[in-house]
Design a protein around this ligand. Structure first.
Ligand code: SAM
Ligand code: SF4
Length: 336
């Protein structure tokens, strides 16, 4: 039953058919969201989006099984994970799972000023806050009416609470000009923030917007290089960001381009949706239901075996370059 003391089983490391070692779980806590980002949920989340997300006992069982498979890093995402009242409790439960060493959260930052200290106390290792523009008008147009000052206050609260790693996600959209990129860079001069510029990805629901608004990462790369930023050496454990540093800046800048050749070669992650379906690729066609084996501790082995079997079918690569995004209508559904 759920009250049993968690025991760590010696991890049996998980590799897919291409020999990619998987150790990173991205878990969506809800499909619901309080923003209406134009590339994600322009109409807001659907009424049914908040229905029946995984409960805390289900999340505990899920994360224990992944830890059995050698997963040591978990990121909580959505939808907007902070719309769940038990978000800090979930962070604590994940952090206390034997074998888990890092717990991250991706958020739009709207509730962060009030939550940052609780999240830190719960053991959060890193937070990614989305902030696509520092210009109030542009930010409002992207998010469907949010104010950037409120998100900036959340980021400052996360820094003040000493959450160990604070990153800012900026989706690259046409209209982001050099002065605004420079404002983001300036922010890293004295503050140990990591700004990550992310290329817009095409999904089933945003095809027209994607065609109109995509801005290629080269635009930012050129600004970085002209201003004395240099690319840092990568390690095997690095994520998909190509990182840049500058001798006069405390922070770092990363660029994430899912359209780069070889992007999937170092993929180390699996995703679970808020209703407990495993997705082995963000832009894949397959969802493997896990919820039926999350109801009892007695099903732990069955759960582990179901994950293993699905991983054998993990696609070598997404097919975004061909305009194919699998069954992904928007990233709020798959835990972006
Ligand atoms: N609501 C939270 C947030 O916005 O940070 C977490 C979920 S959101 C799906 C996770 C990240 O994916 C955000 O940084 C968001 O900007 C990004 N994102 C969403 N749709 C995207 C798309 N089509 N292309 C690139 N990034 C996207
Ligand atoms: Fe909500 Fe995040 Fe999607 Fe924006 S990107 S609509 S904040 S889930």
């Amino acid at each position: 039953m759920s009250g049993a003391a968690p025991t760590a089983i010696a991890p049996r490391l998980l590799e897919d058919a291409l020999g990619r070692r998987l150790h990173y779980l991205r878990l969506s806590l809800t499909e619901r969201c309080n923003f209406r980002c134009v590339y994600c949920l322009p109409e807001g989340s659907e009424a049914a989006a908040g229905a029946d997300p995984l409960t805390l006992p289900e999340i505990r069982r899920l994360v224990r099984a992944f830890a059995d498979l050698g997963f040591w890093k978990v990121r909580l995402t959505g939808g907007e994970p902070t719309v769940r009242r038990d978000v800090a409790e979930i962070v604590r439960a994940v952090r206390e799972t034997p074998g888990v060493r890092k717990v991250g959260l991706t958020t739009n930052g709207y509730r962060l000023h009030a939550l940052a200290a609780d999240l830190r106390d719960a053991g959060l290792s890193s937070i990614n806050v989305s902030l696509d523009s520092l210009e109030p008008e542009r930010f409002r147009a992207v998010t469907g009416n949010a104010r950037p000052e409120r998100v900036v206050a959340g980021i400052e609260a996360a820094l003040a609470a000493r959450i160990p790693v604070v990153k800012v996600n900026v989706v690259l959209l046409r209209g982001l000009d050099e002065p605004e990129v420079l404002r983001f860079l300036e922010w890293t001069r004295a503050v140990p923030l990591r700004i990550r510029f992310i290329e817009l990805m095409e999904t089933g629901d945003n095809r027209d917007f994607f065609a109109r608004a995509r801005l290629e990462a080269g635009a930012v790369r050129r600004i970085l290089e002209a201003r004395g930023w240099s690319q840092l050496a990568r390690t095997r454990l690095d994520g998909p960001a190509v990182e840049y540093g500058h001798p006069d800046h405390a922070g770092l800048v990363g660029i994430i381009s899912a359209y780069d050749e070889g992007f999937c070669e170092t993929c180390n992650r699996l995703r679970v949706t808020s209703r407990g379906a495993l997705r082995t690729c963000l832009f894949g066609d397959e969802e493997v239901p896990l919820r039926d084996v999350l109801q009892s501790d007695a099903d732990r082995e069955a759960l582990v075996e179901r994950v293993r079997a699905a991983v054998a079918r993990k696609p070598a690569s997404h097919l975004l370059q061909l305009g194919r995004c699998g069954t992904t209508r928007h990233l709020a559904a798959t835990g972006g």
